[in-house]
Design a binder for this molecule. Structure first.
Ligand SMILES: [Ca+2]
Ligand SMILES: [Ca+2]
Length: 305
């Protein structure tokens, strides 16, 4: 009798522990992806931008048969901005340093023209005037900064004591620990409307706006990937650190609000490039920091040691 009760108690405990672990979303099944229903830290719009710890590790970067192909890469742990850099954050940088962007010096930038689906050179377009000289960023604090060149993004990163991610860091982070899929959320492009601000429908005739956003969206409005990174695909495509190969253009990752599934730029392994002085209203950035240089406090904020 006691033995039966002991057996029953052990079974009950095993069931409860298993249920608890499953409820907590622990990966009991080896290398499967972590759950997507994580609770990310609160977003903070300002100089103290929320960063996420990215564990590092070995992964296959790229895709065989596409661009530079696939290669095994090993990465050290690092921290990455949870969101794209916003107008408010960039304004703080400019107010502090007096920095003048490439587009402001040049007095023009490229703006997407919906009727034609082309990028039009527009005088007076810059980060303060994202749609052209008559537009403004007033009331758009939480939108990603655009019309920033690779040089501008690098200057911001240096000021913030961070750097632009390498393409390997960006891709590893975008994959979110899911290494055999084309999107951070899996293979189903229809799910993109939950995780990313992109373009649905025939380009450039009509954006069906199934994701709820026409044009740019405020950062952090869509679900994060398993590493707690928002808009790592879509919204603005993001500058990466310059490649070491001579004369190579910097890479751009993640696609943007103008990207369609058919275009192929939304894949976690896809890459675009542009000249370092290139600017338009679909291109922005976020920063990274070496893991050992900072700690994350209880509120998910970077703190200096
Ligand atoms: Ca959209
Ligand atoms: Ca993005």
């Amino acid at each position: 009798m006691p033995r039966r009760w002991t057996h029953a108690a052990l079974v009950l405990i095993a069931v409860l522990v298993t249920a608890h672990l499953i409820h907590r979303g622990w990966a009991l099944w080896g290398n499967d992806p972590p759950p997507l229903n994580i609770t990310p830290p609160p977003l903070v719009d300002g100089a103290m931008q929320s960063m996420q710890s990215i564990p590092g590790g070995v992964f296959t970067m790229g895709r065989a048969g596409h661009g530079p192909g696939a290669q095994r890469v090993e990465l050290a742990p690092f921290q990455m901005d949870a969101t794209e850099v916003t107008n408010r954050q960039f304004a703080e940088f400019v107010q502090t340093t007096g920095y003048v962007t490439v587009a402001e010096q040049r007095q023009w930038s490229l703006v997407f023209d919906r009727p034609t689906g082309r990028w039009r050179k527009m005088a007076g377009a810059d980060w303060r005037h994202p749609g052209g000289p008559d537009s403004t960023i007033v009331g758009r604090d939480a939108l990603p900064v655009v019309h920033v060149s690779w040089h501008d993004a690098s200057a911001f990163a240096a000021w913030a004591e961070k750097s632009l991610p390498t393409e390997a860091q960006f891709e590893f982070a975008a994959r979110g620990g899911v290494h055999d899929r084309d999107y951070p959320w899996g293979q189903d492009v229809a799910q993109s409307t939950k995780f990313a601000n992109t373009w649905q429908g025939a380009f450039p005739d009509a954006d069906q706006e199934l994701d709820g956003a026409s044009g740019l969206a405020a950062v952090g409005e869509y679900s994060p990937n398993p590493f707690g990174l928002y808009d790592i695909v879509g919204n603005v495509r993001e500058w990466c650190a310059a490649p070491t190969a001579a004369r190579s253009e910097p890479g751009l990752r993640g696609g943007s609000w103008v990207s369609t599934a058919e275009g192929g730029t939304l894949f976690v392994w896809a890459r675009q490039t542009a000249p370092a002085k290139f600017t338009d209203n679909r291109t922005g950035f976020r920063c990274v920091k070496k893991g050992e240089f900072g700690m994350t406090n209880d509120e998910g904020l970077m703190t200096k040691e």
